[in-house]
Design a protein around this ligand. Structure first.
Ligand code: AMP
Length: 253
C-alpha cells in the first residue's frame, strides 16, 4: 500500500507575521519558514505504518515555489521514501480547490490507497483541502483524527475523532483520506545521518503548468490586518500568589 503525504511549507508558527500593506498579503520576504506542524504529524503517522510493515512506500508531495524543496527534504530526512515537487511560478497561495485538484491528479497517477494530511495549514487556517480532495476522488474521509488503526487485511482503517460529546470512532474503507489532529502522535526530528541520506533520495519535479489544471482564483482576499498581539503588554508571573495579586490589582477578581 502506497501512502501519500501532502506537506505544506508555511511561515514558521513561532515567528510574528507581518503584512505588506501594498499587496495585502503576509510578507514572506526573509521570513523563517517551516513544515506545517500538522503535516509533520501526518509524516510521522505514515512512517510508523511503513516501519510496522503496513505500507510499501511513503511519498511526500508539496506544491509551491523552488524553496518548497526544503520542506520536501525535511520530509525525506524524517524518513519518507521519495518526494514529488509541484513547481509553481508565484509565491501566491493557491486556493484549496486548486491544491485539491493538483493532489487528486498526483494521487490518481500514483494509485495511492491512503492519504495522510494535516487538518489545516497554520498560515491560512483553511481546513478545506482534505475535504475537497475526498469529494474530487470519491475516497472515504476521516477528519481531525487523534487515533489511527489500520485493519490487519489493510482494507480499512479505524479512526478516532475528538468531538464535543467525546471520542467518536469511525471505520473507513480504503482508499481513504485522513486529516490529522495534534494529539495523534509526537513527530520525530530528523537525525544528522538521515539529513545527509535525504540528499540522495528521489525527488521528482513537475511543472504545475504541465498538469493543465485551472488555477484561476475563485476567492479574493479583500484585506489582511496584523493581529496586534505584539503591542499587547505582557508580564511573566512566577507563582499562583503573584498571579492572584496581579488579577486583584487589575480588578478582575
Ligand atoms: P488547508 O486546507 O489549506 O488548511 O490545508 C490542509 C492540508 O492540505 C495541509 O496540512 C496539507 O496537508 C495540505 N496542503 C495544503 N496546501 C498544500 C500545498 N501547497 N502543498 C501540499 N499540501 C498542501
Amino acid at each position: 500500500m502506497k501512502i501519500i503525504i501532502p506537506v505544506k511549507r508555511v511561515l514558521d508558527p513561532y515567528t510574528q507575521a507581518r503584512v505588506n500593506k501594498q499587496t495585502q498579503q503576509v510578507d514572506l520576504s526573509n521570513a523563517k519558514m517551516a513544515m506545517n506542524p500538522f503535516c509533520e504529524i501526518a509524516v510521522e503517522e505514515a512512517l510508523t505504518l511503513k516501519e510496522g510493515g503496513a505500507a510499501t512506500e511513503t511519498i511526500a508531495v508539496s506544491i509551491g515555489t523552488d524553496k518548497t524543496v526544503d520542506t520536501l527534504r525535511t520530509a525525506l530526512a524524517m524518513g519518507v521514501d521519495r518526494a514529488i515537487f509541484i513547481k509553481t511560478d508565484s509565491e501566491l497561495d493557491l486556493q484549496p480547490l486548486h491544491v485539491g485538484k493538483i493532489l487528486a491528479n498526483i494521487i490518481q497517477r500514483e494509485e495511492a490507497q491512503l492519504i495522510i494530511m494535516g487538518k489545516q495549514a497554520v498560515d491560512n487556517d483553511n481546513n478545506q483541502t482534505g475535504q475537497i480532495l475526498s469529494g474530487l476522488l470519491n475516497y472515504s474521509l476521516g477528519t481531525f483524527i487523534s487515533k489511527f488503526d489500520l485493519s490487519s487485511d489493510s482494507n480499512s482503517v479505524e479512526v478516532s475523532r475528538e468531538i464535543d460529546s467525546g471520542i467518536e470512532t469511525r471505520k473507513l474503507n480504503l482508499p481513504a483520506i485522513v486529516t490529522v489532529d495534534l494529539r495523534l502522535n509526537e513527530p520525530r526530528y530528523a537525525s544528522l545521518p538521515n539529513i545527509m541520506k535525504a540528499r540522495s533520495k528521489p525527488l521528482e519535479t513537475i511543472e504545475l503548468s504541465s498538469l493543465g489544471i485551472d488555477t484561476s482564483p475563485r476567492i479574493k482576499v479583500v484585506s489582511v490586518e496584523e493581529s496586534g498581539t505584539k503591542d499587547r503588554a505582557s508580564k511573566q508571573i512566577s507563582s499562583a500568589e503573584e498571579l492572584f495579586t496581579e488579577l486583584n490589582q487589575m480588578g478582575v477578581l
